[in-house]
Design a protein around this ligand. Structure first.
Ligand code: DAH
Length: 332
């Protein structure tokens, strides 16, 4: 009887191992493992045996059933793995596939503007630098000659981050802190532009956004004068907007520059567009970054990108620039 049980178990194991599909496997599971299986039939006949025989045959039966179950489980795992493989292969996406042009996505209007501006400045010999959007008070204000309680801090409605002492950590209100980071880490000469996202606590309207973009420029070298600043702004204006455009500087005030100016662009039709601020890097700012103002001088400028992008493409309301409506986005 035990020989017969072993033979049945060996036969069942071979069949389990050979199950070709999950369906075959399920049928085999019922046939070899279920109540009506051959081994199950032996179990019901155990009662007819005397106690000694019942013990040995019972043990052999348990062993045989265990062996069949293990073979079925092993085959099931193989079949499951194969099915997963097949599914993954079927769902595979070829991301290198070329889409027809009308279906392809493209860079956002603001990103395009940023990249064009970078290209123009790189063409003029500038490098591109970046800094964090979550800033500390030192880089966003204090090192830029805006000490605590300086009235000009109110010009920039600040989002504060609940981290450290109250007011220690802010969402940067401008890209000027990247000037500080560049001067702290790179020895002059410095010729860099620093594009990025900035944050102000403002209610969005047609000409303001709470999250917007700026690009900053910084030059620090020996013998840099206001004439270099004016010449750089004008060269940039013609390179970016076109030969028919020109620029002018108007006196202004920023704590981080002395003297300071605002710069405007004149369009070929004679109309003016206010673009941004600029000036000679304040000696206090150079000193805050460990640079000797007797040896080094420099200029800086900064302006917003979103309005520029909107203007170029005739978007009258800045809030539309942040729209995720594909009909808007697809136009640019
Ligand atoms: N950070 C100023 C702002 O956001 C813009 C600015 C003005 C940047 C003068 C400069 C500068 O680098 O020299 O309003």
């Amino acid at each position: 009887m035990i020989d017969e049980i072993d033979r049945i178990a060996a036969d069942a194991t071979t069949r389990a191992e050979a199950a070709a599909t999950l369906e075959d496997w399920r049928a085999l599971d019922v046939e070899l493992n279920g109540k009506k299986s051959t081994l199950g039939g032996f179990k019901r006949r155990l009662g007819e045996l005397d106690p000694d025989e019942r013990r040995t045959v019972g043990a052999a039966l348990n062993r045989a059933q265990e062996q069949v179950r293990a073979a079925l489980a092993a085959r099931r795992a193989e079949l499951d793995a194969a099915a997963r493989h097949a599914q993954l292969a079927a769902e595979r996406l070829d991301l290198t596939e070329l889409r027809p042009p009308h279906q392809a996505g493209h860079l956002h209007l603001v990103t395009q503007t940023m990249e064009r501006l970078e290209d123009v400045f790189v063409g003029m010999g500038f490098t591109v630098a970046e800094g964090p959007e979550v800033e500390d008070d030192w880089h966003n204000f204090t090192a830029l000659n805006l000490p605590a309680h300086h009235p000009a801090r109110d010009m920039q409605d600040t989002f504060f981050v609940e981290l450290g002492e109250l007011g220690d950590v802010v969402m940067r209100t401008h890209t000027s802190p990247v000037q500080i980071r560049v001067m702290e880490t790179e020895p002059p000469p410095i010729y860099s532009v620093m594009p990025g996202r900035v944050y102000r606590q403002e209610t969005a309207d047609a000409t303001h956004l709470a999250v917007f973009h700026q690009i900053e420029g910084l030059v620090v070298d020996r013998g840099i004068t206001f004439a270099h600043l004016a010449g750089t702004i004008d060269t940039f204006t013609k390179a970016y907007f076109g030969e028919g455009f020109s620029s002018r500087l108007r006196p202004s005030y920023f704590p981080f520059t002395e003297p300071s100016a605002e710069f405007d662009i004149q369009r070929p039709d004679g109309s003016w567009l206010e673009l941004g601020g600029c000036g000679m890097v304040n000696p206090n700012v150079l000193r805050n970054c460990g640079l000797d103002p007797e040896e080094w001088s420099g200029f800086a400028f900064g302006f917003g990108l979103d309005r520029l992008a909107g203007m170029r493409h005739g978007v009258p309301d800045l809030r539309e620039i942040m729209s995720v409506d594909i009909r808007f986005l697809a136009q640019f």
